[in-house]
Design a binder for this molecule. Sequence first.
Ligand SMILES: O=c1ccn([C@@H]2O[C@H](COP(=O)(O)O)[C@@H](O)[C@H]2O)c(=O)[nH]1
Length: 231
Amino acid sequence: MTPAPIAVALDAPDLETAARWAALVTPHVSTVKVGLELYLRYGPDVIASVRGASGVQVFLDLKLHDIPNTVAGAARAVSRLRPAILTVHAAGGPAMIRAAVESAPHTQIAAVTILTSLTEGDLSRIGLAGPADEAVRRLAALSVEAGATALVCSPNEVSVVRAEVGPGITLITPGVRPTGAATQDQVRVATPEQALADGADLLVIGRPITGSPDPGAAAAAIAASLRRQVS
Ligand SMILES: O=c1ccn([C@@H]2O[C@H](COP(=O)(O)O)[C@@H](O)[C@H]2O)c(=O)[nH]1
């Protein structure tokens, strides 16, 4: 069975837990995601640990955001680990995004538009002209012009972004919650089924899977629901 287009966020406190979650979910999902918590604690070794024997695709979510020269060096350094996807913040601007793209030619650079935890009120306090979908659309266009081939946005903006960038760009959506699941610190959310229907290519799902008593079963249930939708 083809694994579902889900990246499980392995936001674990220790490597053993992350590797266990990865082993449980990899029969059902295409990707596992390593974020700041694990990478800052364990460094590059974490990639091999979660990749395991399955060779599942690894998404390295470091959200790089610095001057172009520094991001180029960081992207070059982590590209040796061969992550399939590496994130940078779109707000770092076109030169920074291009520096990441040019420094990691074998990794897909995904530009994070507006974090899914931010409200419209947060955007105005930060000084970003909203509404959120318009700000996301602007950052998406700028990122693609700078060479990013993937974008991170909330499921609420996927259709606007797809209309802006066309079919060739990978749209990645965190902020995904199965019906009835707690939203926690996520604000701009939708169900997995809605995100997929609106045009997302890869759904990032963490705590609804990893917080379950049986992460493998939770991943399998969401994957089955997505398969029913496309068949
Ligand atoms: O805008 C963004 C960008 C990245 N994330 C990351 O996705 C996961 C979501 O985890 P949940 O447990 O499903 O909330 C997490 O690793 C974030 O760092 C995001 O949520 N929003």
